[in-house]
Write a protein that binds this ligand. Sequence first.
Ligand code: NAD
Length: 357
Amino acid sequence: MSVLEHPSFDNHEKVLFATDEVTGLKAIIGVHSTASGPACGGCRMWSYPNSEAALTDVLRLSQGMSYKNIMADLPIGGGKSVIMKPEGAFDRQALFEAFGRAVESLNGQYTTAEDVGVSPDDMMAVRRSTEYVVGLPEGKAASGDPSPVTADGVFRGIQVCAERGLGKRDLNGVKVAIQGASGHVGTYLAGHLAKAGADLFITDINQDGLDKLKAEYGATIVGLDEIYDQDVDIFAPCALGAVINKDTIERIKAKIIAGAANNQLATRDMGEEVLKRGKIYAPDYVINAGGIINVMGEIAGDFDPAWVKGKLDGLEATLGEILDLSADQGRPSNLIADELARQRIEEKRAAKLSKVA
Ligand code: NAD
């Protein structure tokens, strides 16, 4: 398995392979960039088929965090970690304590948090080995569940898209399809949209959550696959990645695609396909940055809701700038966002080096 030659390596500053024979830990920590500050990004535990799949995942996720953090103008760099879930029974607490020792060995260059397959309690176990962990359920600056803030950012981002795609920010009577509506972000987003007078079309694997949204907001429940065919103005993917692909793009009628899910485009060139069809796409790592903005309050050690609100205003401005550049240049919004992110990281890196010199 090559690392430096890996197609997703993208000049990672550090990649740490951490193992612990006693607990069965097999983890990889990717530190993509510390140009803006120490790297921060969640830890994912997953049953990877092999270490190559785990490496690919961590490299992509870690680069994505660099882009997300810089576009949200946060003083943190991008990193991420993955733990290869051990087969069979294992001591979860001991595993996460061992993972914490690996994080500690980076001396603060990387701060971890929860991601898929990892809970706040796991992070409490990590905390026993290192202070470089956030997303804790308790403590002085604990920021709690980031989902409401993520949903707030997505709602604001949808308004920014509506201004450009529908000619109005007001969502009264606008039809929105939410994929993953019973999830943490989806549920809060449905609340914001319903309050703004939008008509909701919702789907999820979790039927109970859907029934509640139907009762509360009069939302229309549709099938898992039918969500793509809805005659709506806005499609909000809030469940899985890769849902904008060559099959679904032919079916999506919505003018706007804007939701919380990470990695919505199956491939980078889907951005071009979206643009060709006259649709507006809100780059995922820009519109869903509310969660990391919330976590940043905890990293700073002094959680301030006014600061979080200011950053969400910035999210709206950045998204608007990207969509305007996309319209002016006739180029896909995802490519514009990637270019801006890389440019900003380079500027930070150059500024850091000039301070050292
Ligand atoms: P979640 O697990 O609470 O919600 C996801 C929902 O999607 C669940 O209700 C699940 O049942 C549903 N789902 C799964 N497969 C589905 C399918 N095939 N069709 C329809 N629904 C399906 O997760 P979340 O925290 O709400 O996050 C949602 C998305 O947003 C994820 O992609 C996540 O990575 C991303 N995200 C979340 C945050 C956050 O603050 N929670 C921040 C940034 C990005």
